[in-house]
Write a protein of this length. Structure first.
Length: 170
């Protein structure tokens, strides 16, 4: 069961301040795994820590926006996002990051290795994250839909060439 309804999640209007989720973008699903919804948003798992739920809901705010190199780097709020700006927006909305980082900066951020709930995959040229089992990425790699910009996507077949980092405690 989703809370609020999927129908509500399809209307992303709002006007909330950054870090305050729009109630239409905060669907929940039972269990410990996030679920991609037909409208492209993600439902956060009820069993996840609040910061993980908030990271998913914050990412939902930018799903479908255009890709722009450098987007989301001056501020968590922007009209288009690049890869690390997308990751920064999700983490910033969950109060896990104070200001946006670029891909190279994520290589030493947080703790090394895979996280229990959130893992950032990063190298000097690209960054993406897996949150509660869903991949948030601007790259269409391993995504049959081939759409550009911030989106929830299928997991990659291989994460070779990426350093893994995670928020401490998650």
């Amino acid at each position: 069961m989703l809370v609020p309804s999927v129908a509500a999640a399809q209307d992303p209007g709002g006007g909330q301040a950054f870090g305050e989720p729009n109630p239409a973008l905060v669907p929940l699903v039972a269990g410990a795994k996030a679920k991609m919804l037909p409208n492209g948003l993600a439902a956060a798992p009820q069993d996840a820590p609040p910061a993980v739920q908030q990271a998913i809901w914050s990412a939902n705010e930018i799903i479908g926006l255009p890709y722009r190199y450098g987007g989301g780097h001056r501020s968590f709020e922007d009209t288009a996002f690049d890869c690390s700006g997308t990751v920064s927006h999700a983490l910033g909305g969950a109060a896990l990051l104070k200001s946006p980082l670029d891909s190279s900066s994520f290589m030493s951020w947080g703790a090394a290795g895979r996280g229990a709930w959130i893992t950032i995959f990063t190298n000097p040229g690209h960054a993406y994250t897996v949150i509660a089992g869903l991949r948030l990425d601007t790259s269409a790699a391993d995504d049959p839909r081939g759409l550009a910009g911030p989106r929830w996507r299928p997991l990659r077949r291989s994460n070779a060439g990426y350093r893994q980092r995670h928020p401490v405690g998650l």
